[in-house]
Design a protein. Structure first.
Length: 573
């Protein structure tokens, strides 16, 4: 089930937005944002804490703790209800537009009475914002692009949100009598970065108990349609869930069919037709006699078509069927292959847990090595200094070797400035085991300048990984504009890895960019970018994205033994 921590985090984030929209104290909004992050990243269940326990969480003071207790007791937070009532819901929706923050949303409402995304789009097209201070031509173009991104996303949710919902439903239905198998399929099983609706399959002789159970789950807000073969509901999170109950003997065929993608299924059905067969969700049949030839497992269905089993993450009609027919299907990287995480943060900068706690949690995951990469001083809000960084290095060296034979690496996340320079001179950078370099500002440089910026960072002999390369935030901020072919070629030439950042709102690089970069011979690092202990487990999303980009262990540097990784990190120096 959803952690109460996540519920409270979402509510506090909403309150911070509401404070900002209504022109409240910026420091107050920031305090609630910090508290939200701290509660969301807190490893224990906050519903078991009293006020005193809550106040032990970083950035949670008495006032915020009181409000959290109120919510845990009543299901409501009065200050949030009061702020919600002060502005139309449409204004709150405006801040979801990439490129439009709370202050601009408030200006639009107060000066032009704009209270919806559609009204804003109409106003831009009518040039009604031309005389509004702060809404020049470039700003309007950014907002227009942001609206397009928002509309393109439609009702889709992040992969992590969809997976959490699906796992709750599968766990509930799997426990019912008569359930032979239960699993999710569709775009979620293919691990697409966003999901529109959920497909859940059950193998059972009788369907009614499962249809009834889905309709009665606590997370079900609306029953859209209910039948013997298919029931559709909408959850409290707004996701549509389609449940189908299949005969147990059709399980494999059903999973293959409902996993998709549409293009992949067209390919497999075409192969079936050429062999005089018919493929459906119930099985693979002889087209003339109607005899069932394969249906119980996916492996059986693919084998009868002359194909190896194809990992769901590859089923996007990107050549996987042809590769399977020619024996060239890649053995994609798995989470078990990952030997260490090379991009994580502690409470020295914007993380929530101290070094020892993060390292201990990494050791429990069975890693052979683990890197701490707190922010460098160029990200001024983190207030990093040389002295703080060197003190952390000393603490890390003392801790190294004490955690289940896991080796600790001392790194940093550098900031790539508009000219492609990074924090600290070469002699200081030489002291790190590795350096991740990322763009954190100046997202709107022109294409040539942005390309030059990234290529220069790659050419720095101390930059080992380009972190979250495009800087995108899914559904909220587009990636920067660069000649990515030139950047990918530079990474391959200089021995600089591209990160596959596993944060669910980043997944950066995305799968399509990974496929392009791989063609240039670039290497990759799949990292959690963890800012709290629970975030380490987000690696699963990065690995899934790497699989969708056809990456193997050979492509991913943090699947390599430490000795080979260290040779790569030396970058020819």
């Amino acid at each position: 089930m959803t952690r109460r921590n996540d519920e409270v985090e979402a509510l506090l984030r909403e309150y911070a937005d509401l404070v900002a929209i209504t022109g409240g104290d910026a420091f107050k909004a920031r305090a609630y944002e910090k508290a939200a992050r701290a509660i969301g990243g807190y490893p224990a269940d906050i519903s078991k804490l009293d006020e005193g326990g809550l106040r032990e969480i970083p950035n949670v003071g008495r006032s915020i703790a009181d409000k959290v207790v109120e919510y845990l007791r009543t299901g409501k937070m009065a200050v949030v209800e009061e702020r919600r009532a002060r502005i139309p819901a449409g204004v709150r929706e405006l801040i979801a537009i990439p490129g439009l923050g709370p202050k601009k949303a408030l200006r639009l409402y107060e000066d032009l009475h704009i209270a919806s995304v559609d009204a804003l789009a109409t106003a831009i097209e009518a040039d009604a914002l031309a005389d509004l201070r702060g809404f020049g031509e470039k700003t309007q173009e950014n907002i227009r692009h942001g609206i397009e991104l928002l509309r393109r996303a439609g009702g889709r949710v992040l992969l992590s949100t969809a997976l959490e919902t699906a796992e709750e439903i599968v766990a509930e239905l799997s426990g019912l009598p008569g359930c032979g198998r239960c699993a999710y399929a569709g775009s979620l099983r293919r691990m697409r970065e966003t999901v529109g609706d959920l497909d859940v399959l059950v193998a059972a002789r009788r369907s009614e108990p499962f249809m009834a159970a889905l309709c009665e789950l606590p997370g079900t807000a609306e029953v859209i349609a209910r039948g013997a073969k298919k029931t559709s509901v909408r959850t409290v999170r707004g996701l549509q869930v389609d449940l189908r109950v299949l005969p147990p003997q059709s399980w494999g065929a059903g999973m293959q069919y409902f996993t998709g993608s549409k293009g992949h299924n067209i390919r497999t059905r075409t192969i079936a037709v050429h062999q005089g067969l018919k493929l459906s969700e119930y099985g693979l049949f002889d087209a003339e006699s109607g005899d069932s030839l394969a249906s119980r497992t996916e492996e059986e269905v693919y084998a009868r078509l002359g194909l190896p089993w194809i990992a769901p993450t590859l089923r996007e009609d990107r050549g996987e069927v042809e590769a399977g027919l020619h024996g060239e299907l890649p053995e994609v990287v798995t989470e078990k292959d990952v030997r260490g995480d090379l991009h994580t943060h502690t409470d020295l900068t914007d993380g929530l847990a101290p070094l020892a706690q993060m390292a201990a949690a990494a050791a429990r995951r069975g890693y052979a090595y683990y890197a701490v990469t707190d922010h460098a001083p160029g990200l001024s809000m983190q207030r990093m200094t040389d002295e703080k960084l060197l003190a952390q290095r000393e603490s890390l060296r003392e801790l190294d070797g004490t955690l289940r034979r896991m080796r600790l690496l001392h790194g940093t996340e550098l900031n790539i400035d508009p000219d492609g320079e990074v924090d600290w001179p070469a002699e200081f950078l030489a002291g790190f085991d590795l350096c991740v370099a990322s763009v954190h500002s100046h997202f709107h440089l022109g294409r040539r300048a942005m390309t030059r910026r990234l290529v220069r960072a790659c050419e720095n002999p101390y930059v080992n990984i380009i972190g979250h390369p495009t800087t995108r935030l899914i559904g909220r901020r587009p990636g920067v504009d660069a000649d990515w072919d030139e950047v990918f070629a530079a990474c391959a030439r200089t021995g600089t890895a591209l990160e596959v950042n596993a944060q669910p709102d980043r997944l950066d690089l995305g799968d399509e960019d990974i496929l392009r970069a791989r063609e240039y011979g670039a290497k990759f690092a799949v990292n959690s970018d963890a800012h709290a202990v629970p975030h380490l487990a987000l690696l699963r999303y990065g690995v899934a994205t790497a699989q969708r980009g056809w990456l193997t262990r050979e492509d991913v540097i943090n699947t390599w033994p430490l000795t080979r990784l260290r040779r790569f990190l030396r970058k020819g120096r």
